[in-house]
Design a protein around this ligand. Structure first.
Ligand SMILES: [Zn+2]
Length: 344
């Protein structure tokens, strides 16, 4: 079969994907178009934040993504064959878009194509991805993009195994893998203020059982504050880190311990050179159980005379958490540098 004929088949199934019902693609060698049969979908895509990802500016994508994720997702880059973290990787779970969290592929459809990139026989469902004709590099190929954020994922070819006969050849770096047992788990939330949120976030991200984090502002009165407002006006907000964790892996007690181990809870409205109420030491409690743990930790550290001065950490009820601007999120990680904040 000449490459152009393959492209036509790919394009014709791309059109199939625009149909209403979830479809499974089946191609046979003699048919010029894949046969389509409807299959039931058991799970729904994982919803993330309510953001219109198609509206995100290029500058903001640069802030949101690591340089390699940006090169692949936003500049249609390709990782070197055999180097991707999900190439020879067959754990059970879901593959989400690294740009927006959209559920793209599942391990059930992943197979070893030997091509050097993760390969799947089909996407999660017909709404997960979109297709574009790609005539770059002197080839005619079908590009696969995330349907939610438009990010480039890889290409699709017509040389896959049954039942679909298609091979979705996807860059590892364009995806985030979520193990099956984790995808179904209820995560708990903990929020702490311990000075400059860049360093605090980087510390919590290293803790086993912490699944996700965000930096933002909490404890004040202004809705949707900006960094400038928190720095220069009296919003009452503290720089805070919201931690999503798996309570079966890490207990809240451990997170509180990490909190006290990594900042000075005795300096009022100050961490090292950072001075102001936004740098106050504060634990935002989501329920009575968290409050009891936090208060018990203050009491036992005080009794043990762990710090030479009294602990001034506030233990308060959780207030709305306002996510900070994207360039503050995973600040050190995205720049590939070790934390330079006060964090001990
Ligand atoms: Zn996406």
């Amino acid at each position: 079969m000449n490459p152009f004929a393959k492209t036509l088949i790919c394009l014709s199934f791309a059109a199939c994907y625009a149909s209403e019902a979830p479809v499974e693609l089946v191609s046979s060698p003699e048919a010029s178009e894949p046969e389509v049969k409807v299959v039931a979908m058991e799970t729904e895509p994982i919803a993330k934040e309510e953001i219109d990802y198609m509206d995100i500016s290029d500058a903001e994508w640069r802030e949101r993504l690591t340089p390699e994720q940006y090169r692949i997702l936003r500049q249609a880059g390709t990782e070197r064959a055999g180097t991707g973290k999900y190439d020879k990787f067959y754990e059970e779970g879901d593959y989400l878009c690294a740009g927006c969290g959209n559920l793209l592929f599942r391990s059930a459809e992943k197979y070893d194509s030997g091509c050097g990139w993760p390969a799947y026989t089909m996407p999660f469902n017909e709404d997960a991805v979109t297709f574009k004709e790609d005539n770059s590099l002197g080839m005619r190929r079908i590009e696969v993009c995330c349907a939610r954020c438009g990010g480039h994922l890889g290409h699709v070819f017509n040389d896959g195994p049954p039942p679909t006969g298609t091979r979705f050849c996807i860059n590892s770096e364009a995806m985030i893998f979520v193990p099956a047992d984790q995808a179904e788990k209820e995560l708990a939330t903990a929020t702490f203020g311990a000075g400059c949120f860049w360093g605090v976030e980087s510390i919590f991200r290293r803790v086993d059982g912490v699944i996700d984090t965000a930096v933002g502002y909490a404890g004040g009165s202004k809705d949707n504050p900006t960094y400038k407002e928190v720095c220069y006006t009296d919003t009452g907000h503290a720089e805070a880190v919201e931690v999503k964790y798996d309570p079966e892996v890490v207990e809240y007690e451990k997170l509180v311990e990490v909190f006290f181990d990594n900042h000075d809870p005795t300096t009022l409205n100050r961490q090292g050179p950072d001075v102001g109420t936004q740098y106050r030491s504060v634990i935002f409690c989501y329920d009575d159980a968290q409050r009891e743990v936090a208060e018990a930790a203050v009491a036992s550290l005080t009794e043990a005379e762990r710090f030479k001065d009294p602990i001034v950490t506030q233990v308060v009820d959780a207030k709305p958490f306002w996510r900070a601007e994207e360039y503050h999120q995973r600040y050190f990680e995205k720049r590939g540098i070790e934390p330079t904040c006060h964090i001990k």
